[in-house]
Design a protein around this ligand. Structure first.
Ligand code: 13P
Length: 253
């Protein structure tokens, strides 16, 4: 079975102390993850080491950065490289979140560079895609997300693509409380898997975990995750509430 993943995206929330207390409370619950399950915390850069040491004695709990720079190193004041993340023992990095695409003008081609630099540094990208409301209303969401994948991922060889985690996050569902219906999520995830299969074959496509993001809550996670092509979630708001994120982890297949 491919990996089923509950990933928390804290975004720019919580102080260091609040973050530490949140992790303590979640880990104190003693959730035992199965071999094919994984819980990941995508935390602000200054909390990466603390989070790594919180989770390092837990089975299948891990840590992610929320972004990295697309260049190897150099005069980019204030930026963080993939090599730096690797030197901290960070195994995952969120790439191309819609908030970064929108507020920091990250293009599909820049995201291809970020994916490459992560892989060069042994970091697994959690690659985000998803359409804005006007594209959904026009009914062209399938082509829109296909383009995002093609331009940022499809230059990779099959053995790299199979390990990438994809997060489908329709922008109209992020932080709005308006979750995609289970049918909408399943339909898009099946579409994403079929375009990966078209390029790399179905045995590769079947290995790629595709997470859903956008108003995943304790109350809707189990239904969303039950869909055959939904392999867990990338969770914003509800990941900041211990009981809610615990319930979301427990909802994994
Ligand atoms: P919400 O769960 O708050 O809608 O955020 C989703 C998201 O953007 C996760 O990356």
């Amino acid at each position: 079975m491919r990996k089923q993943i509950a990933a928390a995206n804290w975004k720019m929330n919580l102080t260091y102390q609040q973050g530490e207390a949140l992790l303590d409370e979640i880990l104190a619950d003693g959730i035992q993850l199965a071999e094919h399950q994984l819980a990941i915390f995508a935390v602000p850069y200054p909390y990466l080491l603390m989070t790594r040491s919180e989770v390092e004695h837990e089975n299948n709990f891990s840590v992610a950065a929320q972004n990295c720079h697309h260049k190897k190193s150099g005069a980019y004041t204030g930026e963080i490289s993939a090599e730096m993340l690797h030197s901290l023992g960070v195994p995952y990095c969120v790439i191309g979140h819609s908030e970064r695409r929108e507020y920091f003008a990250e293009s599909n081609s820049m995201l291809a560079e970020k994916v490459n630099i992560c892989l060069e540094n042994y970091i697994t990208p959690i690659f985000c895609c998803g359409e804005p409301l006007e594209i959904r209303e026009a009914g062209t969401q399938n082509d829109f997300v296909a383009e995002q994948l093609k331009e940022s991922l499809f230059h990779l060889p099959a053995e790299k693509v199979k390990d990438i985690i994809i997060a489908y996050e329709p922008i109209w569902a992020i932080g709005t409380g308006k979750t995609a219906s289970t049918a909408q999520a399943q339909e898009m995830h099946a579409h994403l898997r079929s375009i990966i299969a078209g390029k790399y074959g179905s045995s590769i496509a079947d290995q790629v975990s595709i997470l859903y993001g956008g108003s995943v809550k304790a109350g809707n996670a189990a239904e969303l995750f039950a869909s055959p092509d939904v392999d867990g979630g990338l969770v914003g708001g509800a990941s900041l509430v211990p009981a809610d994120f615990i319930a979301i982890i427990r909802a994994l297949k």
